[in-house]
Write a protein that binds this ligand. Structure first.
Ligand code: TXA
Ligand code: MG
Length: 346
């Protein structure tokens, strides 16, 4: 398949118009959002949606998010709009919050993967909104990576995975948030199925107590069913091993230095994801500074890009764990999954 690439800044109108036409005709479009790049198709057309699963190699039982361009567009997609959803939409839409609620008959089974719920989000990114508006339908879109790989946050990573598999790619530069949206289920007690840019604390300030699904920070038990099917799969896996050292900055850095040396003696090529607080511990070792431990959003913004860029000539990446509050929860969720829950501690 020939993939046309548009630049969102220089070819704004044109790119969105073409993308809208391609979506309406049942094709596939990669577009930027404030979280990660999405791989979109007409969310009301089951056979168009099937092409997403094919292009990504995504398991058919993992449902998709419908992306809308204005709040009222959620109405035909859900059975009704619960009061909690209304309050959250007012507070956080457009933005990186996906809400899961009972689906209407309009939503094809391909989108919900047979569940009786559907996930909906209104992104904030101007290009994303322009594409959805031009399409005139909700756009079903997972992250635009091949299944299992880290979500793409830069144009080059979407090209790596999707060139030749989709009709159009819109270049929107780097994604600001860098991890996917918070997924909150409003069926029963409000529960975070996947943490993201809208934190537990932010949600609780609007609707009161919010639970966090246990699979957010723990591997799924053998006989456990996933609240969110996406939790079953190995995610964000770069082409090398990832090890997470937990504890204070000093403890984590100490553990990393010890394990780095051991691995190097075994002939393995190592790299460290350092932070501004810990870089001095790693003198003489190979490291990249990926952010600031006190500003987890900086770590979220660079994690997926770094996992892709730094893994090629590396056998093992060592990264530091951080406290799980605020956006730290989203960071630890992605990092632990990327490592397959390989953790070292004192
Ligand atoms: O930021 C994002 O959310 C990005 C951009 C492109 O919008 N999209 C994204 O989609 O991350 P995806 O498909 O990679 O992740 C969607 C997650 C999966 O873990 C899926 O299992 C879960 O949301 N999900 C979708 N529909 C669901 C539902 N009805 N019930 C429970 N979980 C659902
Ligand atoms: Mg994904």
């Amino acid at each position: 398949m020939n993939t046309e690439v548009f630049n969102a800044k220089t070819q704004k109108e044109n790119g969105a118009t073409v993308a809208g036409r391609v979506i309406r005709a049942g094709g596939l479009v990669v577009f930027p959002t404030e979280t990660v790049y999405g791989l979109g198709a007409n969310g009301l057309d089951g056979s168009a949606v099937s092409k997403i699963f094919e292009a990504k190699g995504r398991p058919g039982d993992n449902p998709l998010i419908l992306h809308i361009a204005k709040k009222s567009d959620v109405k035909p997609l859900w059975k009704h709009i619960p009061d909690t959803a209304r309050r959250l939409m007012d507070a956080f839409w457009p933005g990186p919050l996906t809400l899961v609620y009972l689906k209407s008959d309009l939503v094809p089974d391909e989108v919900s993967a047979g569940l009786d719920t559907v996930a909906v989000r209104m992104p904030e990114h101007k290009t994303a909104l322009a594409v959805i508006r031009a399409a005139g339908v909700p756009i079903a879109a997972p992250s635009a990576n091949l299944s299992g790989k880290p979500s793409p946050t830069r144009l080059e990573h979407t090209l790596e995975d999707m060139q030749g598999r989709v009709d159009v790619i819109i270049d929107g530069g780097d994604c600001e948030i860098g991890v996917e949206s918070t997924v909150l289920s409003l069926v029963g007690k409000p529960t975070i199925l996947r943490p993201g840019g809208i934190t537990k604390e932010m949600l609780e300030s609007v609707i009161g107590a919010v639970e966090v699904a246990s699979a957010v920070l723990n591997p799924l038990g053998e006989n456990e069913t996933a609240a969110s099917p996406g939790m079953k799969y190995r995610h964000y896996a770069p082409s090398c091993d990832v090890v997470v050292a937990v504890g204070s900055a000093k403890t984590a850095a100490g553990l990393i230095c010890r394990e780095y040396q051991k691995a190097e003696q075994e002939g393995r090529s190592c790299k460290i994801f350092a932070t501004v607080q810990t870089k001095n511990y790693y003198n003489g070792k190979k490291y990249v500074i990926i952010g600031d431990r006190d500003m987890p959003q900086t770590l979220c913004a660079s994690l997926f890009g770094a996992l892709r860029d730094e893994s090629d000539d590396t056998d093992i990446i060592f990264a530091e764990g951080i406290p799980e509050d605020g956006q730290g929860l989203a960071y630890m969720n992605r990092l632990l999954r990327a490592s397959g829950f390989t953790v070292i501690k004192h």
